[in-house]
Design a protein around this ligand. Structure first.
Ligand SMILES: C=C(O[C@H]1C=CC=C(C(=O)O)[C@@H]1O)C(=O)O
Length: 422
């Protein structure tokens, strides 16, 4: 397929009009197996369904406090000037953009990408969308060469070592006890040094296999498998899966059930969770009606940890897009804290980590404004052309938090990506 020149960036003129065509295809098999190495591969996969894509028909780099609004405006212009023929008409067919955004207002690396080819599957239907400046035929969809698995991986401390990180947590507990704030989420990183550049398809496949109930993603060297859905907007229905409050699994089912029950009763975890749910419900309120927030959380079982979880649902009022909702919701108290401003300021003051896109929104948006945006957790960032991978994990800190327990919890949250690189 011929590649139109990439059209770019915040300050540049709008991209030339795009032509998108979606056709239904036979089931192409595992979506991640269609990705080539060294392409602009993007992925968003959940229980085998989802979207993968490659190539760049258009893209936007956008940083700063108004990154979501600018991305929304750019996308609205791109879609307004595009011509789409969509024979499938399901969420994710037609023109879509993938994106990931920095956690912090001064963070870097936020972008939206419109791939040249997107392959999707949902509820037994599969499709391919081809995007360019003229109509092109869909490519044949066959599994590519298998990825090379990483070897010679060495894990070293990241920005703050584990002892120093416990001191940071203790400082946060002091600030909370002094009444400066109620909750703050503090993160740490580990660095994996590799002998040869990472073929990101390898950890992606492992993550999708081992964490099928999470959303396995990749955009521009940022990848992971997140259990937390910041917001999904589908035909006017808004859903958000809020997670906060964690207990590690032991691998013994009977013991894990007892731990799940203790998590559901833990006042420390319930408090942490309540802040996160409230932040989401309050952020959705101006955009939604009929918001439903269950009275009590359920326990979400993942292979490495269990979380307190609440599924918030609402009906969209007005014409907000998924990116507008992302702008309203980020950072929720699952990754920032309560109150938000005090928590974000404390993170910047004491965390000692450049989060990059960790804990920022990652997902996709369709031409009508529908989309799915997770929180970029259980995630990692490729650096030095894939010779280095930075892994991230964070924990909600409240007045009763114990630094050593938080360190152990962060280690459990690093397991998905660590194992995927093993
Ligand atoms: C910040 C992270 O997790 C959040 C989501 C679920 C549970 C959390 C917790 O119990 O602290 C965190 O709020 C992370 O995985 O890096």
């Amino acid at each position: 397929m011929t590649s139109p020149p990439p059209v770019a960036a915040a300050a540049s003129p709008l991209p030339s009009p795009l032509v998108a065509r979606t056709v239904e295809v036979d089931d192409p098999g595992p979506l991640l197996a269609l990705l080539h190495r060294d392409t602009d591969a993007v992925a968003w996969v959940h229980h085998g369904d989802g979207l993968v894509g490659w190539g760049r028909a258009a893209s936007l780099s956008v940083d700063g406090p108004d990154r979501f609004d600018r991305a929304h405006r750019w996308w609205r212009e791109v879609t307004r000037h595009s011509v789409t023929r969509d024979e499938v008409h399901v969420p994710g067919s037609g023109l879509v953009a993938f994106g990931s955004f920095a956690f912090a207002d001064d963070g870097r690396g936020s972008s939206l990408v419109v791939p040249e080819v997107v392959v999707g599957r949902r509820d037994g239907r599969s499709w391919v969308t081809v995007v360019g400046t003229s109509i092109s035929s869909p490519p044949s969809l066959t599994p590519t060469d298998p990825p090379q698995h990483p070897h010679g991986v060495e894990l070293v401390d990241g920005s703050v070592d584990s002892d120093a990180w416990q001191d940071v947590v203790a400082e946060a507990v002091r600030r909370i006890s002094a009444g400066q704030l109620d909750k703050v989420v503090l993160a740490r990183d580990l660095v994996a040094e590799l002998d040869t550049p990472l073929d990101v398809r390898s950890p992606l496949r492992r993550l999708a296999r081992d964490y099928p109930g999470c959303w396995t993603f990749h955009v521009d060297g940022f990848f992971g498998s997140t259990p937390e859905m910041l917001v999904r907007l589908e035909r006017g229905l808004v859903t958000s899966r809020v997670l906060a409050g964690t207990i590690r699994r032991t691998g013994d089912d009977t013991r894990d059930l007892a731990l799940a029950a203790s998590l559901a009763r833990s006042s420390k975890d319930l408090e942490e969770h309540e802040y996160a749910v409230r932040s989401v419900a309050e952020a959705l309120a101006p955009h939604c009606s009929s918001t439903n927030v269950p009275d009590a959380p359920f326990v979400l079982h993942l292979p490495n940890v269990m979380h307190l979880a609440t599924d918030v649902t609402a009906v969209l009022r007005g014409d907000a897009s998924a990116l507008n909702l992302v702008a309203a919701l980020h950072p929720s108290a699952a990754v920032g804290g309560t109150p938000t401003d005090a928590a974000v300021a404390l993170i910047a003051e004491i965390e000692g980590l450049d989060r990059g896109r960790y804990a920022g929104p990652v997902g996709w948006i369709g031409a009508e404004g529908d989309g799915e945006w997770g929180i970029g957790l259980r995630s990692a960032q490729l650096e030095d052309e894939g010779r280095r991978v930075r892994l991230f994990a964070g924990c909600g800190i409240v007045a009763d938090s114990v630094p050593a327990d938080e360190l152990a919890e962060s280690q459990a949250k690093l397991v998905p990506v660590r194992d995927a690189l093993a």
